[in-house]
Design a protein around this ligand. Structure first.
Ligand code: HAM
Length: 438
């Protein structure tokens, strides 16, 4: 069968048979974040384009090449039409929302997390989509390296709880604007000597923001960048001490890491600490988590100066890594009971019993297709119902029916009267115990 149009390139459908994997990760992420005192925040899928230009930076790949921007229809008053962009990431929107809603005036630190879809017009490949999903966490208010350690520890805890062992942590410090000025000078000198080989975008970056050349995706620029000076050699005393403290704290917590002076991240707002968690198990797009400190961003977006930091994990990449590692997801809930019925009176009774049990939180199904008993039982089998009941005139008259255990075939009597819920729940509990022991 063909639909009128297929899903856009670089997007994914998550079918009911697969959604339990997403739920496993999302629930675990929310629970872990809450253990660290992070509260969920929700904010719009699109923002004014200016927000991303100002925060992510207008010399980054994300802003220069990957944004999905849309102009709303021109308003009647003749003003320029609004210019919106689908969020390519969450930090900017979260910071905007925190400033706009006065969150940063409340007790500090403020800690938020989010589960969002993001949009980047990249070349799709395994682990790289145009619509992807992030679990992100942001912490506002602390300049101390202990906050960096806490944020990294949150990411690490989540990866551990998801059973991901083969993910390595790499950290770096990219300093503050003070040390960055010296570094930029050194980079400019280095890249100017090979100016002729740089791609046109990087040529422009050479003047405006030479650090961005370091994460250009062009293989030629990447090759040249390999020999470039590294920021760690240019850190000022304060940034150096901050980085040393972070390393000590990570050591204290037993969190293994390597220092990779080449990590600069692809977004402009970072200062001091930057980090990535990388796996070799899912191909070229192995960065499952990226983050760092962004002490200048809140002020840049119009808030009072306030240090901040955070990270985001790509949920598609996390799920791919879990699948490849063969770790277990929490399975989808199984149907507790299927009530099959023959005839109209039995169908009405089935609907009543189904309703009663559902109100108590049981997962119960009954026929809504007007099918005969045989296809009803086939369906019950297909959905993996733990128990079934068949209702017909005899059962209605007797006020009781057979409760059948679908795995063992064992049948017991069950009253259809007042004790129905208790009798069913006792049987289900007994079955759950048996399954746990087995
Ligand atoms: P990012 O490194 O651009 O950082 O993205 C974070 C993570 O999102 C990546 O490590 C990757 O797992 C996933 N990701 C990025 N692009 C794609 C894509 N096209 N397809 C699939 N997954 C992708 C940020 O977005 C920052 N806002 C993180 C942050 C939060 N820094 C501080 N706070």
């Amino acid at each position: 069968m063909s639909v009128i149009t297929n899903r856009p390139k670089g997007t994914q459908d998550v079918l009911p048979s697969e959604v339990y994997k997403w739920q496993t990760v999302e629930r675990c992420a929310a629970e872990t974040a809450e253990c660290f005192g992070f509260k969920e925040m929700r904010f719009p899928t699109f923002e004014n384009t200016a927000l991303f230009k100002r925060s992510v930076g207008d010399t980054t790949d994300v802003v220069q090449k990957e944004m999905y921007s849309v102009a709303a229809k021109s308003p009647a008053n003749g003003k320029d039409p609004d210019d919106f962009t689908l969020r390519p990431e969450g930090t900017a929107g979260a910071a905007r929302a925190a400033i706009e809603n006065g969150l940063l005036k409340e007790a500090l630190p403020q800690k938020v997390y989010y589960m969002i879809s993001c949009f980047r017009h990249e070349k799709p490949q395994a682990g790289r989509l145009r619509e992807f999903h992030q679990f992100g966490a942001e912490m506002y208010g602390s300049a101390d390296a202990s906050a960096d350690a806490e944020v990294i520890s949150l990411a690490k805890s989540l990866l551990d709880r998801l059973g991901l062992e083969n993910v390595e942590l790499f950290i770096n410090s990219i300093g503050c604007p003070k040390c960055r000025a010296e570094y930029h000078k050194a980079l400019k000198e280095y890249f100017s000597e090979r100016k002729d080989e740089l791609c046109p975008t990087c040529l422009e970056r050479l003047e405006r923001n030479p650090m961005r050349i370091l994460d250009c995706k062009s293989p030629i620029c990447q090759g040249i960048a390999k020999g470039a000076p590294v920021i760690l050699d240019f850190l000022c005393e304060e940034c150096s001490a901050h980085f040393e403290k972070l390393k000590t704290l990570l050591d204290d917590m037993g969190i293994k890491f390597s220092v990779d002076p080449k990590i600069v991240r692809g977004l402009d707002y970072y200062t001091k600490t930057v980090f990535e968690f990388i796996t070799n198990d899912i191909g070229a797009q192995g960065t499952v988590c990226g983050g760092g400190r962004y002490d200048g961003l809140i002020e840049q977006l119009g808030g009072d100066p306030l240090p901040a930091l955070g990270f985001a994990m790509g949920l598609e990449r996390i799920i791919m890594t879990m699948e490849n590692a063969g770790v277990e997801f929490v399975p989808a809930r199984k149907c507790d009971l299927y009530i099959a019925s023959m005839g109209e009176a039995a169908q009405r009774k089935a609907a009543v019993l189904t309703n009663i049990l559902r109100a108590e939180g049981f997962y119960v199904e009954a026929d809504t297709m007007g099918r005969g008993i045989k296809p009803q039982m086939k369906y019950a089998n297909k959905i993996g119902a733990t128990f079934t009941i068949v209702l017909g005139d005899n059962e209605l008259e007797a006020g009781k029916a057979k409760l059948k255990n679908m795995e063992t075939g064992e049948q017991v009597d069950i009253s259809l009267g007042d004790s129905f819920i208790d009798e069913f729940s006792n049987n289900l509990i007994a079955e759950m115990f048996k399954a746990e022991e087995g």
